[in-house]
Design a protein around this ligand. Sequence first.
Ligand code: RIB
Length: 333
Amino acid sequence: MSTIRDVAKLAGVSVATISRYLNKSGYVNVETELKIKKAIETLNYSPNAVARGLAGKKTNTIALILPDISNPFFPELARAVEDVASMYGYAVILCNSDNQGMKEQSYIEILKKKHIDGIIFASNTLSHTEVAHLDKNGIPLVCLDRAPGKQSCSVVRSQNKNGAKLAIKHLLGMGCRKIAHIYGPHELITAKERLIGYEESVTGFDWYSPTLTMEGDFSIAGGMHAAQVLMDRHPDIDAIFAGNDLMAVGALKALIRRGIRVPEQVAVCGFDGINMTEITEPEITTVAQPIYEMGALVSRILIKKIEGIMEADQTYELDVSLIPRKSTQRRES
Ligand code: RIB
């Protein structure tokens, strides 16, 4: 299929001149017009939205690459991205990478062919160099949430470490004296930061042992399994802090199945602030991330970048807030 560049070459003019002719957005003299028309006929070129994109016109479309659309945290994020994008006249293409690097790479190739105006990465499979390469190749991008650490673009995430400290402070304040932690996949920065926040809060206590921590996979089943292992290791645990709400739901399920009363015997606290924590019995205390605010901010940053409003790349760490509920209600200390 011929491209706008082929037409420009055959007509002996620039791509910008072809673009002005196609979009009727500027002067083209009669002689040049005839040459362009002849070249288009010879090459049987058919301009379309992609061609307009190729000629430097925006397609007014951005992409959001998420790692796990089945986790309620991400649709809430997508909602905010889409609300802000449509406010500025941009459509959003949603891509679910299932945490797979290969899948993400193929999405990026497809998006490049569609001349996407910009990309928001919320997954963790792209390395710093790959992100830098895309940025250098004229694809504005911004990273969100679990995207890897230092990036050559702006990053928006919440205060994961402080959020974990908030959870532990709350559990200690509720009279808990042996707190376990189920952390997310160790390769994810969000899981790592929450684990560090837990460790910094508890390593000074005589009851602390690294065997009070267990890796989960940010899923309900993963939370269930980890809670079972932890309770087998330490039957005297009186609180579990889970690195996300789905694992907290799984931990609650495992405790109830063992006939353990929550919060009377073991308190449970999660992280994220998804609605699911309000439908369990008891309702689960959680550290709420400003999910909507994160999505709205990252969308604004990307659109500014696309429209050439240059701002220095920076990492935005948004505040989190504790939502105390029945699963950690105060007990006699
Ligand atoms: O629940 C999914 C988790 O993955 C969230 O905590 C979010 O921060 C992401 O990293």
